[in-house]
Design a protein around this ligand. Structure first.
Ligand code: ADP
Ligand code: MG
Length: 545
């Protein structure tokens, strides 16, 4: 028997890199700028532990384009590399210097903000280059070196003259990739991936990034205005957000970010993919499915987690345990925030309900844990608008009249209060509370929640003629005698001075009203129409039988 280790034949890895490393070639800029950031952060770490003495100096990262020479250069003033380090970190594919550094300086402040992990990022430059050169001078007292490779397995490594500490990567862009030799293209890529990197990045002399975006700060350091300004920075043309949640976890996983609730009006155009995923301030993707619970996909903002790998693929994300935990955490945070808003400022919460309601209902349908919490702050708005009931409050207010034969609470709702107005009025005349259920999500919500809430039945206000809306047990209890009815009617009628008001004694049983005073539908409508400045006479079309 023979045992052994599988060896990788590194005959020529470049065709594989070109084809499979990243489907998106523009990623090479992200990878190389990330390495420049890492090198700079490492230098800061060395300075903070006293290993690097002296002046750090200018640490700006520069991206340069030379159209004539067809090169893109990325220059930093980070730790640089010695010849041995180039051999170790560059000549050995998939040996990650970032990982090694992290192990050594774990716990140091900026040591934990290293982006690289895999030891492949640098090689993404070969996706777009026919030749790559490295000019680098280490912070250590060692000669500067030049490395060159043309995408064949052979490289050259030699001493060179370079005064400044740091690294310059010069990419000679290949013919198929000349699209990248364009200022606006490079600026767009930098803006996409590098907008919030922690070290200044300059392109054509202009800094393209904000090195300390709001989500990286402590909530206590930020004012309402700061949050609003950051929202503007993310979405310059969007309407101001309703409110936001600042995520800030460091155990058992790392997660920061700010999630904004947009204002949702009837004409609101649903905008998905408005949450951007970052890893150590490097943009990764706007596809946050699985990381963000589905019912919150309409939120806007940023989440940043170094625990989500940069090189994400869909199938990988689904199975990742951190992703599941992050998803659950976000749900909990959102539920807690809504609960807090509801308890601390109910009026304000009600005013935002038009927008919030959509999320809450969708969340209750899709996530039982969320539903448990949301049961306390889900609001039912009465049909006239402005009066809101929690589930419990509705039960208390409606139990006496709206309990059916089976002992279930009947929630009466209108899907179109204007069209169903006559039914609504009839129900109201019986003392019932009719709520609005007119948004897109409501039909599904009713179906779903009816099976989850105990002892509740939803009935649409025009589902049946008004008298049978609530299927009551009519047996037993008080039914007035004819004589009693007459006497009672006289008492009420005597009190009424206006014309066209009718007193009806329905002889209803139990605790429901024995007397109903109604104004004829005709009169009421005429009055409404007059106050609305006239209008058609087709009002009767919607009258109940
Ligand atoms: P990773 O960033 O995942 O470690 P890369 O392939 O991007 O892998 O880079 C490999 C290694 O090369 C880095 O870990 C680092 O040690 C070294 N390196 C790359 N770019 C630079 C740079 N600009 N300055 C200093 N070292 C660098
Ligand atoms: Mg890297």
């Amino acid at each position: 028997m023979q045992k052994g280790a599988i060896r990788v034949q590194t005959e020529n890895i470049f065709p594989i890199i070109k084809k499979f490393l990243y489907s998106d070639h523009e990623i090479f800029i992200r990878e190389l700028v990330s390495n420049a950031v890492d090198a700079t952060q490492k230098l800061k770490t060395l300075a903070s532990v006293g290993e690097f003495k002296g002046d750090i100096g200018n640490i700006d990262i520069e991206v340069k384009l030379d159209k004539e020479k067809k090169t893109i250069t990325i220059a930093d003033h980070g730790i640089g590399m010695t010849a041995e380090e180039v051999d170790k970190y560059i000549n050995q594919v998939a040996f990650s210097g970032a990982e090694e550094f992290l192990k050594k300086y774990k716990g140091q402040e900026s040591g934990t903000n290293i982006i690289g992990h895999f030891g492949l990022g640098f090689y993404s430059s070969f996706m777009v280059s026919s030749k790559v050169e490295i000019f680098t001078k280490s912070w250590k007292d060692a000669p500067a070196v030049r490395w060159e490779c043309d995408g064949s397995p052979e490289y050259e490594l030699e001493e060179t003259t370079k005064e400044e500490r740091g690294t310059e990567i010069v990419m000679h862009i290949n013919e198929e990739s000349e699209e990248f030799l364009d200022e606006s293209r490079i600026r767009a890529i930098l803006t996409k991936f590098c907008k919030f990197l922690p070290v200044p990045v300059k392109f054509e002399g202009v800094q393209i990034n904000n090195t300390s975006p709001a989500w990286t700060k402590k909530p206590s350091e930020l004012t309402t205005e700061d949050y609003q300004n950051f929202y503007k920075e993310l979405y310059p043309f969007a309407e101001a957000p309703l409110f936001w949640i600042h995520l800030n976890v460091d155990y058992p996983f790392n997660l920061t970010g700010i999630l904004y609730f947009p204002k949702i009006t009837k004409s609101y155009e649903i905008q998905k993919d408005k949450i951007n995923l970052y890893s150590n301030q490097v943009y990764v993707t706007d596809e946050v499915k699985d990381i963000v619970p589905e019912f919150l996909m309409l939120l806007h903002g940023v989440i940043d987690s170094p625990d989500i790998p940069l090189n994400v693929s869909r199938s990988y994300l689904q199975g990742d345990p951190n992703v599941k935990k992050i998803n659950a955490h976000i749900t909990k945070k959102v539920a807690d925030k809504l609960d807090e808003m509801f308890r601390n400022d109910r009026k304000g919460f009600e005013e935002k309900w038009d927008s919030i309601g959509l999320f809450v209902k969708y969340g209750m349908m899709t996530d039982d844990k969320f539903m448990d919490k949301a049961n306390k702050f889900l609001l039912l708005e009465n049909v006239e608008g402005g009066t809101f009931y929690t589930q419990e409050e509705y039960r208390t207010a409606a139990a006496a009249l709206q309990t059916n034969k089976e002992g279930k609470l009947v929630v009466l709702y209108a899907t179109n209060p204007v069209q169903q107005d006559s039914y609504v009025q009839a129900a109201k005349n019986k003392g019932y509370i009719v709520v609005k259920m007119e948004t897109l999500v409501d039909a599904a919500f009713i179906n779903n929640i009816e099976s989850k809430w105990e002892n509740v039945q939803f009935t649409r206000v025009d589902a049946d003629i008004a008298d049978h809306l609530i299927d009551k047990d009519e047996n037993g209890t008080t039914v007035l005698s004819e004589e009693q009815e007459g006497a009672l009617k006289d008492i009420f009628t005597a009190q009424i001075t206006q014309p066209n008001i009718k007193v009806e004694l329905k002889g209803l049983s139990g605790e429901s009203q024995p007397v109903i005073v109604t104004r004829p539908e005709f009169m009421r409508r005429m009055k409404d129409m007059a106050s609305m400045g006239g209008g058609g006479m087709n009002w009767y079309a919607s009258m109940p039988d």
